[in-house]
Write a protein that binds this ligand. Structure first.
Ligand SMILES: NC(=O)c1ccc[n+]([C@@H]2O[C@H](COP(=O)([O-])OP(=O)(O)OC[C@H]3O[C@@H](n4cnc5c(N)ncnc54)[C@H](O)[C@@H]3O)[C@@H](O)[C@H]2O)c1
Length: 294
């Protein structure tokens, strides 16, 4: 007989997922959720980003049909499960996954607004790469229902999801989020709340040491990317920073550096600060360390 515990109950009850932020990550996560069978609501305060998210998802689903990875029926069903909104009051769901800017105050305000319109059964997950989830949870009602659900870029392709337990997160919320990640075809990996969790803590050196080599004039970005790829990494550090988004990557560096007591080896890079200041954010703006045609 199937065991039916409380976490199974929450998981079975999860029908609607609201993703907040229709940027690089939010639109990818929304696509994944809709393909996995959930009614999916994508929210953004910026109407142009919402439209960009919608057209990107539909384009991606079309490409999957062309490549024979999904059927035409899969595509149209996924599209029919998706809806889009700029209204916070419409963001009512069993699970909310926020993927807005990597700024604590913005995420806190969003969670407080979401808590005001949702029920005490809603699970609040954050896709933050580096912020303390325990600190976010402390500021909203029902902190036991807050956890990290950290997808990787591009969300439709990357299999890993870090499931992060804040000090307050209940076991049943961790189990429910893990089960939902599995339904999305992802592999959950568990971590307690810590600066940068697993991947962004370890990978800080990949980015920062590469930028130091260039800043100190030892070599250039193309050489570093080529060598790292040749040694087995899927992408070199500079191409990867362009994919991630310079603003996001720079924020994560600053947050991890501060949270660990500002060790010299993790000092954010002035080269990257300059790129952010000039709006050279990578693929999303057409220029970062490399240039891109849209
Ligand atoms: N880019 C990556 O590779 C990556 C990977 C894993 C996790 N993350 C995390 O995901 C989150 C989003 O990153 P991204 O790269 O998708 O950012 P992004 O800049 O591409 O998109 C952020 C979106 O959030 C929207 N937004 C800002 N404030 C909002 C608000 N109050 N309410 C609703 N929408 C709002 C913006 O309009 C924008 O569309 C960050 O926390 C980041 O650390 C990013």
């Amino acid at each position: 007989m199937q065991q039916f515990n409380r976490s199974t109950y929450f998981y079975c009850m999860t029908q609607t997922i609201c993703i907040c932020g229709a940027g690089t990550m939010g639109s990818g996560i929304a696509q994944v959720a809709a393909q996995a069978g959930f009614r999916t609501l994508l929210f953004d305060v910026n109407a142009a980003m919402l439209e960009k998210g919608r057209s990107g998802i539909e384009k991606n689903l079309g490409k999957l049909v062309e490549k024979g990875r999904i059927t035409e029926t899969d595509r149209s069903q996924a599209i029919s499960r998706l809806s889009y909104t700029g209204e916070i009051n419409s963001c009512i769901a069993d699970l909310v996954i926020e993927a807005i800017v990597e700024q604590k105050q913005a995420k806190l305000e969003l969670f407080q607004q979401l808590a005001a319109v949702n029920t005490k059964k809603t699970i609040f997950a954050t896709n933050t790469s580096s912020l303390s989830i325990s600190e976010l949870a402390a500021e909203i009602p029902f902190p036991q229902r807050v956890a990290g659900m950290h997808f990787f870029n591009p969300a439709p392709l990357m299999k890993l999801v870090e499931v992060v337990r804040a000090a307050q997160t209940s076991e049943e919320v961790i189990q429910a989020i893990s089960a939902i990640a599995r339904q999305m075809g992802k592999t959950p990996v568990f971590c307690k709340d810590a600066p940068g969790f697993i991947v962004n803590r370890v990978a800080r050196h990949y980015y920062l040491e590469a930028m130091k080599l260039v800043e100190q004039g030892y070599t250039d970005i193309a050489a570093i990317d080529a060598v790292m790829q040749a040694t087995g990494f899927k992408m070199g550090p500079f191409a990867l920073m362009d994919l991630i988004g310079m603003d996001i990557n720079y924020s994560v560096s600053g947050i991890v550096w501060n949270a660990l007591g500002r060790p010299e080896r993790l000092t954010p890079s002035p080269v990257q600060a300059g790129k952010v200041a000039r709006g050279e954010l990578g693929r999303k703006t057409g220029k970062g360390f490399y240039e891109y045609n849209s």
